[in-house]
Design a protein around this ligand. Structure first.
Ligand SMILES: [Fe+2]
Length: 393
């Protein structure tokens, strides 16, 4: 049997009301906690209420910062890190989706390196230079409480941050892991449909891209976890599409996201994620939808279709076309953009410069192939008449 390495440094409490049942965890690290979260304009922040109740019960002093920026920029992280420093907490708590959790993870790194340039600290040595299994670079213990089910941010060490210096988003190179994650599906119930669709598709993309990545074939643990997660997705996929999710479905969605989060700690995201970043940066297309647009065409060009079939079987699709049709139905109501062939050319060039992403694909991935995935995936959004002639494969 091949050797493998598996990392999952974060302890997990899963299930409804898990914070109330295990509030003692919140007093393990000291007497002062700093909560980093977002404002929830359309619904109450039930997770924040649960955390505050637990902290009061355990006699832990706390402050709440609700200034998390959607798709957080480095500048927003610096601002929050300064506020955290003034409070001098013993513990950080993040509550929210990927933006809140990624903000807390990065703030935790910046607290360790207060006198260095933030861009340098987070990205200076190139993407993922510290690799899988790199140590936790967070300064304080961190408890994550995800309120969406898709990003996997509560499990992973890297954060995806908006970089105004390169006009795109990219992953941080230092790892910052949570000590605990409390996963309660009550927090995702009642999320806006677009958000829930985007996060569910994001988690699915994490699994698919990891399962098809260069080193995944012999990675026994992540294969096993991803395959179990694909089956879970298959069990709630129709209810997700028809917006008829039950409490049990939300539990499965939360577990699916958690498992695919464990997978990307070890295998990282791949081609479709890289292709999707310009749509999020320039058009604010939610991250999961931006990746999902490209997943079908990417899966189609993947050479080892037997491996692709294992994914389709686990999710419950008879063919890749059936999978593509499902993803299109999920995405269609939420994406309204117009793109040009010159933009596609620019994004193709830019993607092909990210060598580490090309290397995630186990076979040669040429510029023409990348361009073709862009054209085929975005065909309904392209406004130039000549665009249909630009496909090259
Ligand atoms: Fe993602």
């Amino acid at each position: 049997m091949e050797q493998f390495h598996f990392a999952c440094p974060c302890e997990v409490y899963f299930g409804q009301n898990c914070i109330a049942k295990h509030s003692h965890v919140f007093q393990r690290f000291g007497q002062k906690a700093y909560i980093i979260t977002s404002r929830f304009p359309d619904k109450k922040n039930l997770a924040l209420e649960d955390v505050e109740t637990a902290l009061k019960k355990e006699h832990v002093l706390y402050a709440v910062n609700e200034e998390v920026q959607l798709n957080p920029s480095v500048e927003s992280l610096i601002k929050i890190a300064r506020q955290v420093s003034k409070f001098q907490p013993d513990l950080l708590i993040s509550i929210g989706g990927g933006s809140a959790i990624d903000t807390a993870k990065c703030v935790n790194i910046l607290l360790r390196y207060p006198n260095l340039d933030a861009y340098d600290v987070l990205f200076g040595k190139g993407p993922h230079i510290f690799g899988v299994g790199a140590p936790d670079d967070g300064a304080l213990p961190l408890i994550n409480v995800p309120t969406t089910a898709g990003t996997g941010a509560d499990m992973t060490g890297i954060s995806v941050i908006t970089r105004n210096d390169i006009q795109s988003k990219s992953g941080t190179n230092r790892r910052s892991f949570g000590s605990y994650s409390f996963v309660d599906s009550r927090y995702i119930k009642g999320s806006p449909t677009e958000l829930n669709h985007a996060t569910a598709v994001d988690a699915l993309c994490h699994g698919i891209e990891s399962y098809l990545s260069r080193h995944s074939r012999d990675d026994f643990m992540t294969n096993m976890i991803a395959e179990t997660a694909f089956q879970l997705f298959g069990e709630f996929k129709e209810h997700l599409l028809s917006n008829t999710m039950t409490a049990e479905d939300y539990d499965k969605q939360a577990l699916h996201s958690l498992l695919q989060g464990m997978v990307i700690i070890n295998e990282c995201t791949g081609v479709a994620h890289g292709l999707g970043y310009p749509l999020s940066y320039y058009y604010h297309v939610p991250h999961g939808l931006a990746c999902g647009i490209f997943e079908g065409e990417y899966v189609k060009i993947y050479k080892d279709q037997k491996r692709v079939k294992r994914i389709m079987d686990a999710i419950g699709f008879n063919t890749v076309d059936e999978f593509c049709s499902y993803i299109q139905k999920i995405l269609a109501p939420h994406i309204h953009i117009s793109v040009t062939s010159s933009q596609i050319e620019e994004w193709t060039q830019s993607f092909c410069k990210t060598q580490w992403r090309l290397d995630r694909h186990p076979y040669p991935l040429t510029e023409d192939m990348v361009r073709d995935i862009y054209y085929r995936s975005l065909s309904v959004f392209i406004t130039d008449a000549s665009s249909s002639t630009k496909t090259s494969v």
